[in-house]
Design a binder for this molecule. Structure first.
Ligand SMILES: [Fe+2]
Length: 138
């Protein structure tokens, strides 16, 4: 579900975005597969745990880059990252505590994907445009 047009022109960030898309896609595919439910749960849990740790690394790298280029909207961007981190942590905690049913997990997969597309294709694109044009383009 990754698209080349999502690139912002920074190799590290683009590769990390790709990986995030790969994981969310995998999450959704697992739920759609014919695997037994218990297996799906293991798979889903692995993906969630991975995402929880990986977004921390990715957001930190992205924020470092924004600081390097003195990106004017980096504080606003950081708030969005913090909110998403908190959201994922909440999901993982809830998952570990009382699992989810299939319906809720599908909803979660859809939400993760929607967030990723919205953020990478929206907020993050502004970083690339700022570098290219030397100003924030809304
Ligand atoms: Fe971002």
């Amino acid at each position: 579900m990754w698209k080349e047009k999502y690139r912002i022109g920074v190799e590290l960030i683009d590769e990390q975005h790709k990986e995030l898309f790969r994981r969310v896609t995998e999450f959704i595919k697992t739920l759609q597969s014919q695997e037994p439910w218990e297996k799906k749960l293991v798979h889903v849990q692995e993906t969630l745990e991975f995402m929880k740790d990986y977004v921390v690394i990715h957001f930190a790298d992205e924020e470092t880059y924004q600081a390097e280029i003195a990106y004017p909207e980096r504080e606003k961007h950081q708030v969005i990252h913090e909110q998403f981190k908190a959201e994922i942590e909440k999901y993982v905690a809830k998952f570990n505590q009382d699992r989810y049913n299939e319906e809720t997990l599908k909803e979660l997969g859809g939400r993760l994907l929607a967030w990723l597309v919205y953020h990478v294709a929206g907020d993050d694109q502004k970083i690339g445009r700022y570098v290219a044009q030397g100003k924030v383009v809304k």
